[in-house]
Design a protein around this ligand. Structure first.
Ligand code: HEC
Length: 240
């Protein structure tokens, strides 16, 4: 019994960590029909994330086809220099170096939006703050003690945490921008939202098609049902 209680407590501990951050997840505004946002998200992803993270199930060709954008434009504006249209979105960083530098290998992000969710990603990318006690000098509100540096600090600037004493515990209630980056906070939120939009697309590239196909499937079921009903009425007409 004691063991069971201990296990339950251990399982609940991560919840405690999130609760102690004192901040809730922010809502991402996901719209997979917004091709401009997806293209910008892919562009920012290549610039700021691909150095460490692959998205190995996506090729540049998929992006061109799915976003209805010319292949030349994708090669010019999205893909890194020298990449071909058939190339997968693979990071050039090797696992050995990554382990040495960050203590862990940056995971492939193909399915991250499905495991973490869009709101988590949106809050994570906006949730870095200065913490001089950490080896990288930063910490994160939704991923405490994270081993990833803030990849977007030049765009965002630097944030500091505001702590409040709640029930005898020092918890973070807010982050404030102490030095603005190259973007205004609104522009930065939009940029992060575009990256998350792209990662949601990467998690299930067929999503838009599936949704639009759903309408036809429902229409077919409805028409077929109607036909079957009329047929049934016709057959049973003379049976009493
Ligand atoms: C300098 C290398 C580097 C860059 C650039 C980088 N990351 Fe990371 N990222 C890491 C490392 C290392 C981890 C693992 C952190 C850990 O487990 O403590 C990580 C973890 C993550 C995670 C959490 C994965 C999980 O465990 O759930 C997400 C999400 C993520 N990165 C997204 C991004 C995005 C989006 C970008 C671009 C805006 C980006 N990263 C840029 C190194 C990087």
């Amino acid at each position: 019994m004691k063991k069971l209680l201990q296990t339950c407590l251990l399982l609940l501990m991560p919840l405690g960590v999130f609760a102690s951050a004192g901040m809730e997840l922010e809502d991402a505004d996901i719209d997979l029909s917004n091709k401009k946002s997806l293209e910008n998200g892919a562009h920012l992803y290549v610039q700021y994330c691909l150095g460490c993270h692959s998205t190995k199930y996506i090729r540049y060709l998929n992006i061109a086809d799915d976003f209805d954008i010319d292949q030349e434009e994708i090669l010019e504006k999205v893909a890194p220099d020298g990449a071909g249209i058939y190339d997968k979105m693979l990071s050039a960083m090797n696992a050995h170096d990554a382990k040495k530098w960050f203590g862990t290998k940056p995971p492939d992000l193909s399915l991250i939006a499905r495991s973490r969710g869009a709101d988590w990603l949106y809050s994570y990318l906006r949730g870095f703050y200065i913490d001089t006690k950490k080896p990288l000098g930063v910490n994160n509100t939704v991923f405490p003690d994270v081993g990833m540096p803030n990849p977007l600090w030049q765009l965002q600037g630097t944030q500091e945490a505001i702590y409040e004493n709640i029930d005898g515990q020092n918890v973070i209630t807010e982050l404030t921008l102490v030095e603005q980056g190259t973007m205004t906070p609104e522009e930065f939120d939009q940029a992060v939202n575009d990256i998350v939009n792209f990662l949601v697309y990467a998690g299930e590239p067929i999503q838009e098609e599936r949704r639009s196909m759903g309408k036809y499937v429902l229409f077919f079921i409805f028409m077929f049902g109607l036909l079957a009903y009329l047929l049934k009425r016709e057959y049973w007409k003379d049976i009493h």
